[in-house]
Design a protein. Structure first.
Length: 321
């Protein structure tokens, strides 16, 4: 296995609460001021006990070690800079590690952070009620603050895309753009669009498939052991609907759709896609169909997904949208 540039880091929330992040360092020359806790959202979460710690247990085969406990600032101060930050939110049953192959390909131009929300085995959290919005928001804000994330793009897969949309809505001016991977505004739009044929990765090598299944098994075991958390977290996602306010977002949005042969509009028919996705007033919308892939498209074709993310960010930064 090749050596990874990604490392495991943890944000402490107090006894029994520790959020795991998969982090890639900002490339040399990235603008920003390293070592400034709270530079991302310094007034968003007050009074939460937290500090950044590290755990060098070599996620994704990484041999990199965190040399100190100082957060790194990933935010770009220049719209045309090659640097900046990209934050990844996994969906239900997923992990930051599922983005690993995509994150690796972006580290030459961006600092990258993948957060494992409570409910994943990598993150420690007690068996208490947990709401998908009201409880998740401060977890995201404090974690990114302690990791030193500045102005950034956010990528969300599945329900992680729901969190990404809420995150962008709450932090206008901090999020430069949104990339949704198989993520939609509500259940109705999802059912009209999503790849139903393949709910698991379909182009995995055997070793990657084994690692993926092991991660999902660990998540299932964790949820089974945290029934109060599980029931409240899942029930708080039901009825989620971003359609009433999505058009208030005035930032570029890219939607990557897994194409496994289901009926979909032509990729270039933007009007049809705006109607299909309920994004009729989004001025800067980009659609990408990922061929021969299922719901876990970032694992089926990480090269293509990373290429499209990179191109979308370049276009946004150059145009100053």
């Amino acid at each position: 296995m090749s050596v990874s540039s990604l490392t495991d880091q943890f944000v402490e929330f107090g006894p029994g609460r520790r959020v795991h992040a998969l982090v890639g360092p900002p490339p040399p020359g990235t603008p920003g001021t390293p070592g400034t806790p709270g530079s991302f959202l310094e007034t968003s979460v007050l009074g939460l006990p937290g500090n950044l710690s590290s755990n060098n247990h070599q996620a994704l085969g990484s041999s990199s070690e965190v040399s100190d406990n100082q957060p790194k600032t990933f935010g770009s101060e220049s719209e045309t800079s090659g640097g900046g930050g990209v934050v990844f939110f996994p969906g239900n049953g997923g992990s930051a590690a599922d983005f690993g192959p995509v994150m690796e390909q972006l580290t030459s131009r961006f600092g990258v952070v993948g957060l494992d929300f409570p409910g994943r085995s990598e993150t420690q959290w007690p068996d208490v009620r947990f709401d998908f919005t009201s409880d998740l928001h401060p977890v995201i804000d404090w974690s990114l603050s302690q990791l030193g994330v500045g102005i950034h793009f956010v990528v969300g897969h599945g329900s992680g895309g729901m969190a990404a949309l809420q995150h962008a809505k709450r932090h206008h001016g901090q999020v430069q753009g949104i990339i949704l991977l198989e993520s939609y505004l509500n259940a109705e739009i999802q059912n009209q669009t999503i790849s139903r044929k393949h709910r698991r990765p379909i182009r995995f090598e055997s070793q990657e498939q084994i690692a993926f299944q092991r991660r999902r098994m660990r998540h299932s075991l964790w949820l089974n052991e945290h029934a109060t958390f599980r029931e409240s977290f899942i029930s708080s996602q039901k009825g989620y609907n971003a359609a009433p306010w999505i058009n208030e977002l005035d930032i570029p949005i890219q939607v990557q759709v897994a194409d496994s042969g289901q009926p979909l509009p032509p990729e270039k028919d933007l009007l049809a896609w705006k109607n299909q996705l309920g994004m009729t007033e989004i001025k800067n919308l980009e659609i990408t169909k990922v061929p021969d892939s299922g719901h876990w498209l970032m694992l089926d074709d990480p090269n293509y997904v990373a290429q499209k993310i990179d191109g979308f960010i370049k276009k946004t930064q150059v145009s100053g949208l």
